[in-house]
Design a protein around this ligand. Structure first.
Ligand code: TRP
Length: 456
């Protein structure tokens, strides 16, 4: 995947370059497409009343997500180092401060915190591969599917076991650094996931409740929109696109000079958004067809999709394949979430990659126990945003990622000189002008406004 030839006359990456534009897009798509699209988007949309939330989310993706993603990639390519070193170098080069490296540190911390609960939910998907294959959902009623989920997450032992298994799988890949195989996996996984989502969509179109699902998702009821829902939409845009963590910056470090950053960003954002919309369109009609509550919470996908598969011909097979693909998608994302912390430990604590992976993975595993227990033993222990899981999720998606995104746009839009950014974005044509307007004004002001209105 990475070749060692520098394909340009400028700064060459120490670690080689992506073999092709497609390889870069696949890697970034693999990190972006994950539980955020299929598990998180529908349940957050459901909790925030649907339509108005979805619209705000889409606006956030376009006017904030796109410019932040482009900024992260251009910063990464300009620095050609790990995010912390890149921010330090460019901070100096652009005549600002090396302390911009703290932005990289914020990303490392966010990745660790996100992965602590991400691994727990990914563990659920692992369990659902086995449950699907065993045929428990075959022809099952909504009540039976719901009981199955309730019984499963109610058992801290089972959930802890699955969380441990998923963390072990992630540590295994990160320790070995086998990204080449992952690229091939993504090449197959994203299209396969799309096909299964289209099948589910077909089912939900025939459910008789498609219109109701569609109306829920796209008819905005502005009275339901609070500043907190706007913040949730903003946070979801950051989470699902993997931005605000420096992860995309790290991928950008290997991007050949001739690849168009706006085009690559548009491709990734388009694919990611399409999968989230498909997930919503498949799930909400089922929610209404079965008298379920759209504000059901984190169990929403697990309460609805097995039900649909259970009614289909070949459902046992398709359900098994679906949860297998979803676990895969979660796996490729988890690797991206862990990588920054591992890279940091390798460089700063002078450990081998294997040691660093085990140390970081072990720490994340321990943190994850808080989220494991949030669904059973400690489900009644709530403070601030809710359970331990709710608080980690709120802190990372709604505070840390937007804050880092704000700093990234300020850096790319205000600190970096016009020549540097125009150079990376392919000249100062219309696309550049639009990016600059969004990165300098719209995105930072938008993020500040939402944070200000919710935190105060
Ligand atoms: N985007 C991923 C998802 O939707 C989650 C994620 C957030 C992520 N930040 C990341 C993945 C950074 C890799 C790197 O599931």
């Amino acid at each position: 995947m990475l070749s060692n030839q520098a394909g340009d006359g400028k700064r060459a990456s120490l670690h080689g370059h992506w073999s092709s534009r497609m390889a870069f897009i696949l890697a970034v798509t693999g990190s972006a497409v994950g539980l955020g699209n299929i598990w998180k988007f529908p349940y957050i949309a459901g909790q925030n009343g649907g339509g108005a939330f979805v619209l705000v989310y889409l606006i956030c993706v376009v006017v904030i997500g796109m410019p932040v993603m482009m900024s992260e990639i251009l910063i990464g390519r300009r620095g050609r180092r790990n995010p912390i070193a890149t921010m330090e170098l460019l901070g100096r080069e652009e005549g600002s401060s090396p302390h911009w490296r703290l932005l990289g540190a914020l990303g490392v911390l966010a990745g660790v915190l996100i992965l602590s609960y991400y691994s727990v939910i990914a563990g659920w998907t692992l369990a659902y591969i086995v449950k699907s294959a065993s045929g428990v959902f075959d022809g099952a009623s909504a009540a039976a599917v719901g009981d199955e989920f309730g019984g499963f997450v109610g058992s801290w032992q089972l959930v802890l076991f699955c969380h441990s298994l998923f963390m072990a799988l992630t540590v295994f890949v990160v320790a070995r650094g086998v990204e080449g195989g992952l690229e091939r996996a993504v090449r197959f996984m994203v299209p396969a996931l799309l096909i299964l989502m289209l099948m589910l969509l077909g089912y939900s179109i025939n459910s008789g409740f498609f219109g109701q699902g569609l109306a829920f998702m796209f008819t905005p009821d502005w009275s339901k929109l609070t500043w907190l829902s706007v913040l949730a939409a903003l946070g979801q845009a950051f989470f699902t696109l993997s931005i605000g963590m420096g992860a995309i910056m790290a991928y950008g470090a290997y991007l050949p000079e001739e690849t168009s950053i706006p085009n690559a960003s548009a491709a990734v954002v388009g694919a990611d958004t399409a999968i989230a919309m498909l997930a919503g369109l498949a799930i909400f009609p089922l929610v209404f067809a079965n008298g379920l509550d759209p504000a059901d919470g984190p169990g929403l996908v697990f309460d609805t999709l097995p039900l649909a598969f259970g009614q289909m011909a070949g459902g046992v097979f398709f359900s098994t394949v679906f949860f297998l693909l979803l676990s895969f998608a979660a796996w490729t994302s988890a690797i991206g979430l862990m990588e920054p912390a591992v890279a940091w430990v390798v460089e700063h604590l002078n450990q081998s990659r294997a040691q660093a992976s085990i140390f970081v993975g072990g720490s994340i595993w321990i943190l994850g126990v808080g989220s494991v227990l949030s669904f059973n033993l400690l489900s009644d222990v709530t403070f601030l945003a809710g359970t331990i899981f709710d608080n980690i999720d709120y802190l990372t998606s709604n505070i840390m990622l937007p804050l880092a995104g704000l700093l990234i746009t300020v850096f790319a839009g205000w600190v970096m000189c016009r020549n540097s950014t125009a150079d990376e974005l392919g000249g100062s044509g219309l696309v550049y002008k639009v990016w600059r307007l969004l990165a300098r004004y719209v995105a930072p002001v938008g993020i500040l406004l939402v944070l200000y209105n919710t935190v105060t």
